[in-house]
Design a binder for this molecule. Structure first.
Ligand SMILES: CC(C)(COP(=O)(O)OP(=O)(O)OC[C@H]1O[C@@H](n2cnc3c(N)ncnc32)[C@H](O)[C@@H]1OP(=O)(O)O)[C@@H](O)C(=O)NCCC(=O)NCCS
Length: 212
């Protein structure tokens, strides 16, 4: 557990944090802003992009907490290929059993359908060199925690954990519209690896200590 500025602390996430992960994922799910209005199922985003990381890779899942409660997370998968295999084999089948398949035609998708489409036809990982960047990550903080240096502290917590486990690098994806997060990632050592119609793929290698 790490105490940091202004009554915030970082600790490992646990299954008891799953509902907070779901909520934070939703509240930051529109290019970093509240995405509640965009989803017809409030849990689905977090059931794909947050909770499975705590289940699959609990050593690399951290939450930020203050007196009010959990207000941020950073979640990582040290081996992206192993994570994707596990999602397909273990995590998605129960979701497929309860969700409607919206089909492949994106022009017919409404609200949470694009997330449902990911569940039924998982997207291929971006074209990054997985020997250099085998891990990937997600970070989201609620507005009350933003702009205080806490995102940097969270990212350092994760990259330190990756370095300790001899993970050589990580990548992440950030929406083209989310220029704030792009600026943040650049400040904490990431550079652009690739760009597709929806997002930038950014990555960084890790030395000892997880810096900068
Ligand atoms: C993006 C996010 C994780 C950044 O965390 P944060 O705590 O707000 O950022 P920090 O205060 O730790 O900033 C770290 C550095 O990034 C810089 N930075 C952060 N946001 C920035 C912005 N919008 N523009 C320019 N620089 C920015 C800071 O100036 C700081 O630089 P310095 O340490 O060299 O002085 C956080 O704002 C967030 O969760 N946003 C909403 C959800 C989101 O967009 N997640 C990413 C999805 S891909």
């Amino acid at each position: 557990m790490t105490d940091i500025a202004e009554g915030f602390r970082i600790r490992r996430a646990s299954p008891a944090d799953h509902s907070a992960l779901l909520e934070i994922c939703l509240k930051t799910g529109d290019s970093g802003k509240d995405g509640t209005h965009l989803q017809d199922d409030p849990d689905l985003l977090g059931l794909v992009y947050a909770v499975p990381y705590q289940v699959f890779a609990s050593d690399f899942s951290f939450v930020l907490e203050d007196a009010i409660g959990v207000c941020g997370y950073v979640l990582g998968a040290p081996d992206t290929q192993a994570f994707d295999d596990w999602m397909d084999r273990v995590w998605y089948p129960p979701l497929r059993a309860t969700q409607r398949n919206p089909g492949p035609d994106a022009s017919r998708w409404r609200q949470s359908d694009w997330v449902r489409a990911r569940i039924f036809a998982p997207r291929r990982q971006p074209p990054v060199d997985l020997t250099l960047y085998p891990a990937h990550a997600h970070i989201d903080l609620l507005p009350r925690a933003q702009g205080k240096g806490l995102g940097r502290a969270m990212m350092l917590t994760l990259t330190n954990a990756f370095s300790t486990a001899s993970v050589p690098g990580l990548f992440l994806e950030v929406g083209l519209a989310n220029t704030s997060a792009q600026a943040f990632y650049a400040r904490v050592g990431f550079h652009v690896l690739d760009q597709n119609p929806d997002c930038l793929v950014m990555g960084r290698t890790l030395g000892k200590g997880g810096g900068p």
